[in-house]
Design a binder for this molecule. Structure first.
Ligand SMILES: NC(=O)c1ccc[n+]([C@@H]2O[C@H](COP(=O)([O-])OP(=O)(O)OC[C@H]3O[C@@H](n4cnc5c(N)ncnc54)[C@H](OP(=O)(O)O)[C@@H]3O)[C@@H](O)[C@H]2O)c1
Length: 294
């Protein structure tokens, strides 16, 4: 079968859907120098301020989706999941074998995307909210005829907004359960927000808020407590990723005999801290499977 290689030095990326996710990917790509803004294209759907946001860092605006697909080697579908099918069907006649298609739509499977598009040079990518600060945890899965080079190119693009892993698509529900947990403040349940966008690592936000509350309860001013809590979480996460040490080892390293840390850990363990987090991930993964259209 004939394969068309994407020209790595000159290729153009077009976003269908000029929303928040598209903007954070485009900004990340430009800021990291992976590609210049004039090789990134998009079109405004109904809200002109979205166009202004993209133009402010040099992205080229085209009059409509068709022009974006026409002029792009890589097309990133970044519309909401409920409109993906219509958009793909409408653009289908333009999806030649030369084009690499990418979808960031949460919960929309490669099997369906490929069927709607009549095109299997597809890559499904799942970024998450910290993409806006260059700290996304992105997972990608390659469709039928996407090549290893296609995978490398997309990993490079999304590597500019955080870290990228490859995984079999059948693991995406479990991955969603781990990364996209939401929390219902009204009834105290854990859930996956309907279309996932922007929910982010809500349980860590909850943990930061609770740590800050603890600081206030112990006598700290609110602002100081919140600053210390969020920096502590950031520092702890960086230690896990940068040292490569097991978190249990890092915990042991800071828990001295009879000290304050082990006293706090004892309280957490009495309340089932680890079991609660594990239950939350498993419940969210199960809910993800229930919500999945097929
Ligand atoms: N945000 C996240 O953290 C996140 C994380 C993971 C995955 N995702 C995925 O990323 C996708 C986009 O999410 P988002 O948060 O960026 O949403 P968003 O900000 O609402 O962006 C969606 C954009 O699509 C545009 N649009 C709607 N219909 C269109 C059409 N027919 N043609 C072209 N553009 C159209 C909308 O324009 P108008 O508003 O002008 O109608 C809007 O600018 C979703 O599929 C979501 O699941 C997002």
């Amino acid at each position: 079968m004939e394969t068309f290689t994407i020209p790595t030095e000159t290729f153009k990326v077009g976003f269908i859907g000029a929303g928040k996710m598209a903007e954070s990917i485009a900004r990340g790509v430009v800021q990291s120098g992976v590609m210049p803004p004039h090789r990134i294209l998009t079109a405004v759907h109904s809200n002109p301020t979205r166009g202004t946001a993209f133009e402010s860092f040099g992205v080229k605006l085209l009059p409509h989706n068709n022009a974006v697909v026409e002029d792009s080697d890589v097309v990133i579908l970044s519309v909401k999941p409920q409109v993906v099918k219509d958009v793909v069907l409408q653009l289908k006649p333009q999806f030649s074998k030369k084009k690499l298609l990418v979808s960031v739509a949460a919960g929309v499977k490669l099997k369906d995307l490929q069927e709607w598009a009549g095109h299997s040079r597809f890559i499904r990518v799942m970024p998450n909210t910290p993409s806006a600060v260059g700290e996304a945890a992105t997972v990608m899965s390659l469709g039928g005829t996407a090549t290893a080079e296609d995978g490398e190119l997309i990993a490079k693009l999304f590597g500019s907004i955080g870290k990228v892993w490859r995984a079999d698509e059948k693991l995406f529900d479990a991955i969603t359960g781990l990364r996209f947990l939401g929390y219902n403040f009204f009834n105290g349940t854990i859930f996956i927000p309907k279309h996932v966008s922007g929910s982010g690592p809500a349980y860590i936000f909850l943990a930061i808020e609770a740590l800050a509350d603890g600081g206030v309860a112990a006598g700290l001013p609110r602002e100081l407590a919140l600053g210390l809590a969020s920096q502590t979480v950031l520092g702890a996460a960086s230690m896990v990723t940068k040292t490569g040490k097991h978190p249990g080892q890092l915990k042991d390293d800071v828990a001295s005999p009879g000290g304050t840390t082990i006293a706090g850990i004892h309280e957490l363990e009495k309340s089932g801290f680890r079991g609660i987090l594990m239950n939350a991930v498993v419940a969210a993964a199960k809910r993800g499977r229930e919500l999945s259209p097929s």
